[in-house]
Ligand binder design. Structure first.
Ligand SMILES: *Cc1c(COP(=O)(O)O)cnc(C)c1O
Length: 365
């Protein structure tokens, strides 16, 4: 088979979705399945829908445009949310492809409105509120003006407020910052005598809070990517109990193997990408080590988040060569080595044109 390749177990993606949907559903929180780390893979999106996600989200309109087979007995067209603010240059595509988008800018809202009018359609808007992480979001004091603005746009429908924490500055979702979102929802509803059906509280970093807090307030939706795909929560990168961490495996092929001196010789300057990664321990100070080169490099994957099999050590990676210490394992040319992936490594490998994607329905163990 082709190498490098990512093997994707769709049954594990579905399982992870179902478990999260069940636990969060018990607390009246719905799940939007976020596909951006997978280039919007239609099969992964379909696995999320089978697992109970109420809709799909992606940061790129190109990904959202990929057709997804909805589960049998699915009542209506799948809700597709553009979770990054639309670009002004893309508003026509956005109203054509996305049912909903997350927004912060009046200029873009006005353009969306015009595009929706031209297309003879309506477009749902969630206004994103800044809760302290300082990525996207309207400052609390400006929310009312933004709400007024959307409500004056004939082709836009304000369906809710949302927020995003932890992505830019690692700000942890808690009752305090999430409480601000809920209070804003209530203020908007009271001021404008309306109901906001969607309160989209955040991403995978909100899962721990959503499963433990006794004051979820109005939050009734999370947009989940990493926790579904990798089974991890992003704040401490720990596994969420009952989820699979190995739905994605990167497979690389060995192109040189043997025993080499543990230490380089000759005068030394900088290597191609600087010094050894801090996580890499030299296998031995002196003597010889077994090493193997895998045809895998920085054009395929990030070193950070690339997890070699146990007993193997990453000695270094350049554009096209990954050098592994193989410890006691005897490895020969042509062998395949299987790696686990963290979020950064997953995103990089999924978007590399050199890595083929093999989607299978293998099944949870
Ligand atoms: C990426 C993203 C998500 C999903 O984040 P995960 O940590 O992968 O769950 C949700 N919302 C927004 C706005 C995002 O950009």
């Amino acid at each position: 088979m082709n190498a490098p390749r990512i093997e994707i177990d769709l049954a594990k993606v579905e399982h992870n979705t179902r478990v999260l949907v069940g636990r969060l559903g018990a607390r009246d929180v719905r799940v939007v399945g976020v596909t951006k780390a997978t280039l919007g893979s239609p099969n992964i999106a379909a696995a999320m829908l089978r697992g109970g996600a109420i809709g799909l989200g992606d940061s790129r309109i190109e990904n959202l445009a990929r057709p997804v087979a909805r589960p049998v007995a699915w009542p209506e067209p799948v809700a597709r949310t553009l979770i990054r603010s639309p670009m002004l240059s893309q508003v026509s595509r956005v109203v054509e492809i996305a049912t909903t988008s997350l927004n912060t800018e009046p200029t873009i809202l006005a353009a969306l409105d015009q595009a929706a009018i031209r297309a003879g359609t309506r477009h749902d808007v969630v206004l994103m509120v800044e809760l302290g992480d300082l990525r996207e979001g309207i400052l609390a004091d400006d929310v009312d003006a933004a709400v007024r603005f959307v409500r004056r746009c004939p082709a836009l429908r304000l369906v809710g407020l949302g927020a995003n924490l932890a992505c830019q500055n690692g700000v942890v979702p808690d009752d305090t910052n999430m409480g601000v979102l809920s209070r804003l929802v209530e203020t908007v509803e009271a001021t404008h005598r309306t109901v906001l059906p969607i309160v989209s509280g955040g991403n995978s970093a909100n899962v721990a809070w959503a499963l433990s807090s006794t004051s979820l307030g109005r939050t009734n939706q999370l947009r989940l990517g990493e926790s579904i795909l990798l089974g991890t929560e992003p704040l401490h990168r720990t596994m969420i109990s009952g989820l699979h961490g190995d739905a994605f495996t990167l497979v690389g092929e060995v192109i040189e193997a043997g025993v080499k001196p543990a230490q380089p010789w000759g005068q030394r300057g900088e290597s191609a990408f600087g010094v050894l990664p801090s996580s890499a321990e030299p296998v031995a100070e002196r003597g010889s080590v077994r090493q193997a080169i895998v045809a895998l490099g920085r054009q395929d994957v990030d070193l950070e988040g690339l997890v070699p099999p146990s007993g193997f050590t990453v000695l270094g990676m350049s554009s096209d060569h990954l050098v592994l210490g193989t410890g006691d394992h005897v490895v020969v040319v042509g062998d395949e080595i299987r790696f686990g992936l963290g979020y950064g490594a997953l995103v990089h490998a999924m978007t590399s044109p050199f890595v083929s994607k093999v989607e299978k329905q293998i099944g949870a163990r």
